[in-house]
Design a binder for this molecule. Structure first.
Ligand SMILES: NC(=O)c1ccc[n+]([C@@H]2O[C@H](COP(=O)([O-])OP(=O)(O)OC[C@H]3O[C@@H](n4cnc5c(N)ncnc54)[C@H](OP(=O)(O)O)[C@@H]3O)[C@@H](O)[C@H]2O)c1
Length: 93
């Protein structure tokens, strides 16, 4: 009997462009739910929009994160805990 596939979640930092953006796209394309984070909300939401155009809107959510700002890190941690409860992988670019 086939087992149900395990649901995976990831958070990607600096994901509005470059390697981070590509990582989000790759993980979501494989079925993971991904929190795309960026320090600038506008740039982050634009990146989410591009992934929505690629058909990944159900799997990508945005949250602001500046990795140098402790209050921003704390806010993201609270968001992840509330929304997903558990985190499988951090991809820190
Ligand atoms: N590209 C390569 O082939 C390669 C190879 C080996 C290693 N690397 C390293 O991998 C890293 C990413 O490379 P990349 O080519 O993807 O660079 P990139 O296109 O410049 O992207 C860097 C990302 O990091 C974000 N960022 C910068 N400071 C941040 C902060 N304080 N908090 C949150 N996000 C922040 C940027 O956001 P903003 O848009 O707001 O600036 C951007 O989204 C770099 O450290 C690079 O040296 C790259």
């Amino acid at each position: 009997m086939e087992e149900a596939a395990e649901k995976r979640y990831a958070v990607v930092t600096g994901a509005n462009k470059g390697i981070g953006f590509g990582t989000v796209k790759g993980l979501a394309s494989k079925g993971a739910t991904v929190v795309l984070t960026a320090r600038d909300e506008k740039r982050g939401l634009e990146a989410v929009g591009k992934l929505a155009e690629a058909g990944l809107s159900e799997l990508v959510v945005f949250h602001q994160l500046d990795v140098t700002d402790p209050s921003s890190v704390s806010s993201l941690a609270d968001f992840v805990k509330t929304k997903f409860g558990n985190l499988i992988s951090w991809y820190d670019i």
